[in-house]
Ligand binder design. Structure first.
Ligand SMILES: O=C(O)CCC(=O)C(=O)O
Length: 278
């Protein structure tokens, strides 16, 4: 069973994300059984090379070594539990607002020899290298993305442990590869660890130069007003939705009001008013 974290642990993480280095690592949160079950399912869905991946740079010949499995919520209870770990819910509520939602829950599986990613920042910032895509004055004043990353293997320098630049989330800028290389550190951790970070932090997965695979589960969390990256409401299995806890309902945005058909509601009200008069 997953390890529960204290309020003090969560407060420390909130401080680190908001005012500190922009990330917090909780080591060994998910147990060996959960990690094995998650790996088993991810293998099942990615034994064949998958198409769409992200930030793979100039390594087109090696894309098949970097495999994504999307929409994990439909693929096993272990992912339904991981996505709403109480520490994730507590920490991100303070950063993204009480009714924050999920944008994606997917796996990044790097086979031996997989290349590293380009340094990047995450959706909805991921094309911020072109500022014309964004409202004037976009900056790091508040956060429109928080990420969770669960390590499903031990992460080491050799197998491509996630690299990031502490404090870069305050810059509100898209990373340049040479600046990233000069400042980045790698986060090594045991399997089942839970890394939380803000999407504006410069980061990427590094090359897997080991003889074994290395997998992460990536959760994308957004304020209620940012459009999710995966259309989870359209793709969620009705059985998963029917069994959803209040936290999962919140993450799926099932109880958010807008957009609504306000004109029809208005017409209905007007009809009601004239019927009452007449
Ligand atoms: O797996 C990792 O270490 C990070 C992956 C990542 O940042 C991404 O795919 O956007």
């Amino acid at each position: 069973m997953a390890r529960q974290l204290t309020k003090k642990d969560c407060d420390t993480a909130i401080g680190n994300l908001l005012e500190g280095p922009g990330y917090h690592l909780f080591e060994s949160v998910f147990d060996a059984e959960e990690v094995a079950e998650a790996n088993r399912i991810i293998h099942h869905f990615s034994d064949q090379a998958s198409g769409a991946t992200h930030f793979h740079g100039a390594h087109a010949d090696k894309i098949h070594l970097q495999r994504r499995v999307w929409n994990l919520l439909n693929k096993g209870q272990v992912f339904v539990d991981m996505v709403q770990h109480p520490a994730v819910m507590q920490v991100f509520a303070k950063i993204l607002g009480r009714q924050f939602i999920l944008g994606s829950f997917a796996a990044n599986r790097l086979l031996p020899g997989a290349p590293g990613q380009e340094p990047h920042i995450d959706y909805p910032y991921w094309d911020m290298h072109d500022l014309d895509e964004f409202p004037a004055g976009i900056n790091a004043g508040f956060h429109m993305n928080c990420q969770s990353l669960i390590s499903l293997h031990e992460f080491t320098p050799e197998n491509g442990a996630t690299a990031l630049v502490p404090g870069s989330q305050k810059r509100g800028l898209y990373p340049q590869a040479d600046h990233f290389a000069a400042e980045a550190i790698q986060l090594c951790c045991p399997p089942g660890s839970l890394l939380l970070f803000t999407g504006l932090i410069w980061h990427c997965s590094m090359p897997n130069n080991s003889a074994a695979e290395r997998t992460s589960v990536l959760g994308q969390y957004l304020p209620k007003f940012v459009k999710p990256m995966e259309d989870l409401q359209a793709s969620i299995d009705p059985a998963v939705e029917a069994a959803a806890s209040p936290a999962l309902r919140q993450l799926l945005g099932l109880d958010l009001r807008y957009p609504e058909l306000l004109e029809e509601a208005e017409a209905g009200n007007a009809e009601g008013r004239s019927a009452a008069k007449g």
